[in-house]
Design a protein around this ligand. Structure first.
Ligand code: ADP
Ligand code: MG
Ligand code: MG
Length: 476
């Protein structure tokens, strides 16, 4: 089970583990890997450690570097999709007929397209997530789970987890392993993108508006990025949709003002799921999209991150359309694709239904949702598909091959959860940051990584969803 990770005898040494857990929690607090509590999500009077693994998890070096290397290509891909209205129209045509949320996002997109773009600065901060599929010969392949183009989180906290695992490994007498934990600084990488876009906007007094949720348990993750901006003398305000509704307006040049402050960038850390929107919030989103403010992401980039688009990209010839004359780029991106299948009405979709019903354990059924906890697995795939297979409702989903990573033993540390050895699966995320000004990509970078690990008792993931915890790769 260890696969060059932490040996079983260490994992089974109960006295050592007990000591290490105490050390680990203190180290998390000392390193600022923090979260607010469920009980007081909007106060920092009492806070706790963000959930994390006791030990780092093994990741093959070559695969890790493959994931980093493909990131700037993914940045370009997302950006190209966001500029291709006929592709977005075609790719999402079936989905928006039946999925109300994607449909409403698309209405905003159409509105902005018709009105004409006002802002030529584009800022993308995304996170491409992968799992390592086990091959028969014991090797593994990097397979993309999804790309998050809105509110990709944990770049802040992930900048501070390496020190925790280094420390734990030293205390566990594993100095050599501790040297294999990589530095990681997505906060700086994400802030660099924000700062570049803010500079281009060109107004010293204009603020970065972080659009936040009502419940703010994960505020420290945001704060790390915000503080990087303050260090550069870039002013940051945190506001909710309601604040934008109440005080926001566009001036005659469509500059956005909120609470009397001109907004250079709206950084969405909210607005990715239906529950985030009241009618008023939809109006506020439209106003922000129509404005001169740089949107991170803008509505077209948000749509480029939908699961339906991911599935359409896996069709033969589609990547070639975005990267003419760059077969190496196409190959690098395509190498990370798992099998993805349409559920549109017609013979192709019928084939997908039959395939899923025959072997549900080999697939994941995915609606157009974000934030964890929405996918459908195993026997439930049959239940759901039997219910929708004759109706257009099936077009709200896509089907995807289930990626089967190699399980590893570890301890997951989470407030209020008893300590036990878990069989775990990991998901590697890579942050991307890019800024385009008109036709010029003026910044295109890989901004760091994130490893999240969950117990194999859970099919779905997500740290915010309370399933996955923060981790670090131990390169093997
Ligand atoms: P979300 O936008 O809600 O995060 P994801 O596509 O990332 O949606 O799916 C949520 C979780 O479900 C992932 O973190 C992963 O644990 C699991 N998952 C998703 N797709 C697959 C897949 N193809 N194979 C295995 N697990 C998957
Ligand atoms: Mg997602
Ligand atoms: Mg995800």
């Amino acid at each position: 089970m260890a696969a060059n990770g932490i040996p079983e005898d260490v994992l089974m040494d109960h006295d050592l583990i007990k000591d290490l857990v105490d050390v680990a929690k203190d180290s998390a607090l000392l390193n600022g890997v923090l979260m607010r509590t469920k009980e007081t999500p909007n106060s920092s009077e009492v806070v706790t450690y963000a959930p994390f693994t006791l030990f780092p998890s093994p990741v093959p070096k070559a695969i890790f570097h493959q994931a980093l290397a493909v990131q700037t290509h993914y940045n370009r891909l997302v950006d190209k999709i966001s500029q291709d209205s006929s592709f977005l129209e075609e790719a999402l045509a079936s989905t928006i007929k039946v999925d109300d949320f994607t449909g409403r996002l698309f209405n905003i997109y159409r509105h902005v397209l018709q009105e004409g773009k006002t802002q030529s600065i584009v800022l993308g901060l995304n996170r491409s997530d992968y799992m390592l599929d086990q091959n028969g010969d014991g090797s593994a392949s990097l397979k993309q789970i999804e790309i998050n183009t809105i509110a990709a989180s944990f770049g802040g906290l992930a900048s501070h987890t390496p020190n925790i695992h280094r420390h734990i490994l030293k205390v566990a007498g594993r100095l050599e392993d501790s040297k294999r934990i990589l530095d990681n600084n997505p906060s700086a990488g994400l802030a660099k993108g924000l700062a570049k876009a803010w500079d281009l906007y060109g107004s010293e007094r204009a603020v970065v508006l972080v659009l936040v949720e009502e419940l703010q348990r994960n505020i420290f993750d945001h704060r790390y990025v915000e503080n990087e901006l303050w260090k550069r003398n870039i002013p940051v305000i945190r506001r909710q949709f309601e604040d934008v509704s109440k005080t926001g307006f566009l001036d005659q040049d469509k500059r956005l003002f909120v609470d009397g402050r001109e907004v250079a960038i709206v950084y969405f850390r909210n607005g990715y799921m239906p529950q985030n929107y009241t009618e008023q919030n939809w109006e506020a989103r439209l106003m922000m999209e129509r404005s001169m403010a740089v949107k991170c992401p803008d509505i077209s980039t948000h749509l480029a991150g939908t699961k339906k688009v991911q599935q359409e990209l896996a069709r033969p010839g589609v990547l070639e359309r975005f990267f003419p004359g760059e077969p190496d780029v196409v190959d690098q991106i395509r190498a990370t694709f798992a099998g993805l299948y349409t559920l549109d009405m017609g013979p192709e979709g019928d084939k997908t239904v039959a395939m899923a019903l025959a072997k549900p354990d080999q697939f994941v059924l995915k609606p157009q949702r974000e934030g964890g906890g929405n996918n459908i697995y195993g026997a439930e795939i049959c239940q759901v598909l039997e219910g929708v297979k004759q109706s257009t409702e099936r077009m709200t989903y896509i089907l995807m091959d289930k990626v089967q990573p190699r399980p590893v033993h570890n301890y997951l540390l989470r407030l209020g959860t008893p300590l036990k050895l878990s069989t775990c699966l990991s998901e590697l995320g890579v942050f991307g940051a890019y800024v385009r000004h008109g036709q010029d990509m003026v910044l295109n970078e890989c901004a760091g990584h994130l490893l999240r690990t969950k117990s194999d008792e859970h099919s779905d993931g997500g740290v915010a969803a309370g399933v996955a915890v923060l981790d670090n790769p131990l390169l093997v």
